[in-house]
Design a protein around this ligand. Structure first.
Ligand SMILES: NC(=O)c1ccc[n+]([C@@H]2O[C@H](COP(=O)([O-])OP(=O)(O)OC[C@H]3O[C@@H](n4cnc5c(N)ncnc54)[C@H](OP(=O)(O)O)[C@@H]3O)[C@@H](O)[C@H]2O)c1
Length: 336
């Protein structure tokens, strides 16, 4: 099968190559998916092989067709059109065929093509688990949630673009951060009620909108540099979810303690990495996401499409993501 393999941790030309690899075989709860389209995420460049590591096939979001099922598979059969965000501990989606555990896969939206479907899983799972599992917002009670406010840091990124939509469906007032006209417009079009700029001091901007504090903060971008601002902006007994690492020492006490703030982490790969008992929850979340898309409640956030899936385009995608300025999702489809 065709695959793209990174040979070093770089996005420069020559760091990834087009190769032929043996087609894997499905066993147990694995299904073998013939990949039609993939989406790219920052994690793709974060897991490129270090100097001491062997070459690696990366990539996580995919849409394709089930071509083989393991003997313990119960949820899918050959020919099903599926989408998923994969497992960070296994070989990635930058390949023509991929094995994936059926519990983290769902049938893709019937109203979307493969490329738009591929844009959804990783960011939808992250946004869903952040808002509804970690922050504890109830998606079923929009009327009860309507007095509550959520600050989304990094509104126009892949995760923020889905989170804005899910939070609005859940009835919240959403303040999203964006630093440019095009990213601000993008967030507004997805439903954000207010925009503030993450390259300026956030607290006074929030106050000038009439918010002394917010009930929830979903930080989908950098933590360093705005830690104290988050302590100021969160309401007493408010909740904060974080999804990225940090370089500086963070004080989890101080104002956070005085406010009894809850601070929690979201890592989309936890369930598959630790094979948690509730791993199948990701199958159900993706089913719900597909249903929301097909009912016109949620839109895919593709903002750039490239084809085919090959080393040249994958490397260009990595460079775009590394710039930290992509809006929505970047997708690749088709094989040469
Ligand atoms: N824990 C998990 O499970 C998980 C899952 C998904 C992603 N992540 C991580 O979360 C981060 C975001 O992922 P993503 O896919 O949403 O990223 P992305 O699509 O690459 O984000 C790009 C956006 O980031 C915004 N941005 C740039 N600098 C910022 C800053 N200082 N503060 C706030 N926003 C800023 C930019 O907006 P402007 O153009 O308006 O500046 C741009 O639109 C990445 O580090 C990723 O690895 C973690």
């Amino acid at each position: 099968m065709k695959a793209i393999q990174f040979i070093r941790n770089s996005s420069e030309e020559g760091s990834a190559t087009n190769i032929e690899l043996p087609r894997p075989k499905a066993t147990g709860r694995d299904i073998l998916v013939q990949i039609e389209a993939i989406a790219m995420n920052p994690v793709d460049y974060k897991v490129r092989p270090a100097e001491s590591e062997p070459p690696k096939v990366v990539g996580f979001d995919a849409a394709g067709t089930v071509v083989e099922t393991g003997d313990a598979v119960t949820l899918f059969q050959e020919g099903d059109l599926v989408y998923y965000a994969g497992d960070v501990t296994r070989a990635g989606t930058n390949a023509e065929f991929q094995l994936v555990d059926e519990r983290i896969v769902a049938k893709r939206p019937t109203s979307l093509d493969a490329a738009s479907s591929a844009s959804l899983p990783l960011t939808s799972l992250t946004a869903w688990e952040s808002l509804f599992d970690q922050l504890g917002i109830d998606p079923e009670t929009p009327d009860d949630n309507s007095g509550e406010s959520l600050l989304i840091i990094g509104g126009a990124g892949g995760v923020g673009s889905i989170a804005i939509q899910l939070a609005k469906l859940a009835g919240l007032t959403v303040v999203a951060t964006a630093s440019r006209k095009e990213s601000s417009d993008w967030c507004r079009n997805l439903g954000a009620d207010h925009i503030i700029n993450h390259h300026e001091d956030l607290t006074p901007q929030l106050k000038s909108l009439g918010f002394e504090t917010v009930d929830y903060i979903a930080n989908f971008n950098k933590i360093d540099g705005i830690w104290e601002a988050m302590a100021e902006m969160i309401a007493p007994q408010g909740r904060i979810v974080l999804i990225t690492g940090h370089q500086t020492q963070l004080d989890f006490g101080g104002t956070f303690k005085l406010k009894s703030a809850k601070i929690c982490w979201e890592f989309m790969f936890t369930r598959s990495m630790f094979q948690t008992d509730d791993m199948i929850a990701q199958h159900h979340i993706l089913e719900t996401v597909a249903e929301l898309v097909d009912r016109g409640k949620l839109i895919a956030t593709v903002n750039r499409s490239m084809n085919p899936i090959n080393a040249k385009n994958i490397l260009e995608g990595h460079r775009r993501l590394e710039s930290g300025t992509t809006i929505g999702k970047l997708v690749l489809s088709g094989w040469e």
